[in-house]
Design a protein around this ligand. Structure first.
Ligand SMILES: NC(=O)c1ccc[n+]([C@@H]2O[C@H](COP(=O)([O-])OP(=O)(O)OC[C@H]3O[C@@H](n4cnc5c(N)ncnc54)[C@H](OP(=O)(O)O)[C@@H]3O)[C@@H](O)[C@H]2O)c1
Length: 383
């Protein structure tokens, strides 16, 4: 059997590690062609020893300074250039598990050179979905979204006619701070913010889940990946995280996708592993109740803010993503409070004069401006 050649961009992150955990159990099926990390040289070294890729990259040059000699036949590369080099190798499947806008160029290269792209990163699709679609219309169908909500919508939408669809619902767990009063939000520790009740995820997406910014991003991601208008995309809070998305048909029928909250299920499907032998495919506890409530926009203002930016369009979704990235970083460094993320992003959006994003240079220029603006605003307000 010919092995499926896989590249994992962001192999040391949650998505990357979950992908490798599936490959570990299906060694005969896969050949790991290349891996990339950013700073985590120690884990990358372990992964190199275990999976013996042809290429491995440490994106952050400084982290690479003490990188020990790799086994023979493994080529070690460095920096952004190295990541783009491996993203440009011909693969059967490339997994894009890099967080933030740093995934833009690697995603573009993956679309050009991979047969299928398992895309976990949502920031790039939110920020530059229109630009990507206009430049790579025919390549867009290579994208297999891994985000549980989008994966779940994909499972249903592949099997129904568009004209039958009334609207879609993506679910939100409500995050670790659900139930907290507004005045309590800033009293929770960073640890509590990062402790998601149902998912184990990287720090950035965990903070975005606590502010519900993540759900706002997923509305725009759904719009850009499936080409749905915003009025057809709704959010329901569903604490159990067992139902991930629902599709309401004009006939009145509602179809839903349920599975236990484990990213290995979407990743497994994307890799082509659909075996009921896998322990994570088996349902451990079927919830005795499935509850759905509408999100409270007053308590979680990030959601209407994202909808506003999506409706206005142009460069606003890009500013939204860049400003959030900078503000979350400040929060992770304990320089600002949790609720300041929203106010910094909102303020930055207000200061921005929306314009069309036509070129990659526009993306980098606006990204730089938004991040700089957040830092300046934070400096003035909170130092
Ligand atoms: N985790 C989930 O369950 C989940 C679900 C849905 C969507 N997503 C999306 O998937 C993406 C990854 O999430 P995650 O939770 O796996 O994040 P994570 O655990 O923080 O992992 C991020 C990965 O990207 C690498 N990386 C970080 N900054 C980089 C840069 N500037 N250039 C190149 N590589 C960089 C990291 O390397 P180091 O480890 O060496 O720093 C790591 O391998 C995010 O966009 C997130 O929104 C995640």
């Amino acid at each position: 059997m010919k092995k499926v050649k896989v590249i994992i961009l962001g192999s040391t992150g949650t998505i990357g590690r979950n992908t490798l955990s599936i490959i570990r159990h299906h060694r005969k099926m896969f050949k790991v062609l290349a891996l990339s990390a950013y700073r985590n040289a120690r884990l990358l070294k372990q992964q190199i020893e275990e999976f013996r890729p042809e290429y491995a990259v440490l994106g952050n040059r400084k982290a690479g300074e003490k990188f020990p000699p790799a086994p023979k036949k493994v080529r070690i590369l460095e920096g952004e250039k190295g990541i783009n080099k491996i993203a440009s190798l011909a693969s059967d499947i490339t997994v894009v598990g890099i967080s933030g806008l740093a995934a833009l160029k690697p995603l573009v290269n993956s679309l050009l050179h991979a047969k299928r792209v398992l895309l976990a990163n949502k920031e790039v699709i939110v920020a530059c979905g229109h630009l990507l679609r206009s430049k790579f219309t025919s390549l867009f169908n290579k994208i297999f979204p891994l985000d549980s909500e989008l994966f779940s919508l994909g499972v249903i939408l592949r099997n129904i006619k568009r004209e039958e669809l009334e609207c879609v619902y993506i679910t939100a767990s409500g995050g670790p701070l659900w139930g907290k009063k507004q005045q309590e939000m800033d009293k929770v520790s960073l640890q509590d913010t990062l402790r998601h009740p149902n998912w184990k995820m990287g720090k950035k997406i965990s903070v975005d889940s606590a502010t519900l910014m993540n759900k706002g991003f997923e509305i725009i991601e759904t719009q850009n990946i499936f080409g749905l208008s915003l009025d057809k995309i709704k959010v329901l809070v569903h604490r159990q995280s067992f139902m991930h998305a629902l599709v309401k048909m004009k006939s009145g029928i509602i179809l839903g996708t349920m599975f236990q909250p484990d990213m290995r299920i979407p990743i497994g499907y994307g890799l082509g592993v659909f075996s009921f032998q896998e322990p994570f495919f088996r349902i451990k506890n079927f919830p005795s109740q499935l509850n759905f409530v509408s999100p409270d926009h007053k308590r979680f203002p990030s959601l209407p803010l994202c909808l506003w930016a999506a409706k206005k369009g142009k460069s606003l979704p890009l500013v939204l993503v860049s400003a959030d990235e900078a503000a979350v970083e400040l929060y992770l460094q304990k320089k600002i409070k949790l609720t300041a993320i929203y106010s910094l992003v909102r303020e930055t959006l207000k200061l921005h004069r929306p314009r069309e994003v036509r070129l990659w240079e526009d993306v980098y220029r606006i990204d730089e401006w938004a991040k700089k603006t957040v830092l300046e605003l934070a400096e003035r307000r909170f130092s």
